[in-house]
Structures are given as C-alpha cells and as structure tokens.
Design a protein around this ligand. Sequence first.
Ligand code: FE2
Length: 236
Amino acid sequence: MPVDTHTHILPGIDDGSPNAAVSGKMLEAQKRLGIDKVILTPHFYLSQQSLDSFLEKRARAIEIFSPIAESLGIEARYGAEVLYTQSLADTELEKLCISGTDYMMIELPYQRLTNSFINEFRSFAGSLAPDIRLILAHAERYLDYTDENSLYEIMECDMLVQLNSGDFRMFSRHTGFMYELLRHGLAHLLGSDCHNTTSRPPNMDIAKKAVSKKLSPKLYARLDHNAEAVFEGRSV
Ligand SMILES: [Fe+2]
C-alpha cells in the first residue's frame, strides 16, 4: 500500500499540519505503515482566498516540506482539495490538478444535495472533461448531510471516488455505504485524509485490513494499483 491519495501533511497551509515538525512526524507515521508516496491535498476555498495567493502559500509550504520528505525517502505530488462552488467554473482549475497529472480532487459542500445542485454539479463536471479528471473526496462523509440516492446521482458524473480509511474503523451507515460502493466498482481510491498525528493520523492500515477481510485482498490490491496510476497521471 504505497500511496496515500488524500493528506493534509503540507505545513502551515490549512487545518492540517501546523509546522515542519508535525509534517515530519506524519511522514514518519506514513513510513511505518509502508506508505512511500503521498498526494498532498491542502484545502482550497475559493470564497476565502484567490487562486494565486493559495498557490504562493503552497509553494512556500512545499519548500519547507520537500527536504523532510526527501530525507525519509517519501515521494510527493502536490494538489489541493477544492471545495466546489459555482464560481470555480471561472477559475484556472488546471493549476489545482495533482502535479504532473490532470486529476483534481473536489469536495462537495456539506449540505443536502438538491436536484438543482446535482444538475449544476453535473454540468460543471461535464464542462471540465476531458481536460481535467475529477476525484470526489471522501464520498461517505456527505451522508451526514444528504441521502445515498443523491450521492449515487452525483457519482454518475465521470469521476473517481475516494473513501477515507478511518471511516472503515467501525461498522456504521458510512461503512455499509463504502462497502456497497466498492462491491459495485463505484469507489476507486483510498486515502487517510490525515490532518495530524493524534485525532486524524495517517491510518491507511485500517482500510487495508477492512477491505481485505470484508471484501477481498484482490480488490484491495486493485485500489492500491489505482492509487499508483493516479500518482503517475495514468488512467484508472
Ligand atoms: Fe481532506
């Protein structure tokens, strides 16, 4: 399980790692779990900052982060977790794609997904294709705000779907939904969405154990392979 596709390890840019020391500890934790590739996905909220100021801030964070990752033998790609808003349509989204790829991670607003929102999102997603390929961040988390059917409708857009490893921890409505998605080939990627070393730590081992046991090691291996493909910018 070499790739963690969703992380907030980059220091001082969002509500994830606050500084180089914590980033180093998070990377060490990844290493202990056998992860040697991470995709950095700091939050980007267009309503709170301009694209340019985000990119400048991210570039400074990368300068601090890179030597730490290199010293631990961890390879990184730089992206963002982009919160969807209508005005994204007028933004140079290719700049937010995971470095060296045309994949961009998108997060839905935490609200009930109405039919009009679903239609709006679908036309947004359609307008990006084929230049930008979307990855829907942690599909299961929206269940706290909306129903399964609206999520299935959203997932009819041509995009990859990522699940959070920690949400496999206990059996809940979330895990039932996650296994359903995996059984039907509707979820493609696993990520830790780690923010720190305590309450939201690197934890890709949880998903590995759960998916291998509840579904199959072969399916887990496929997810692993998908993450590798995204890291390298190949099709899944
Ligand atoms: Fe995240």
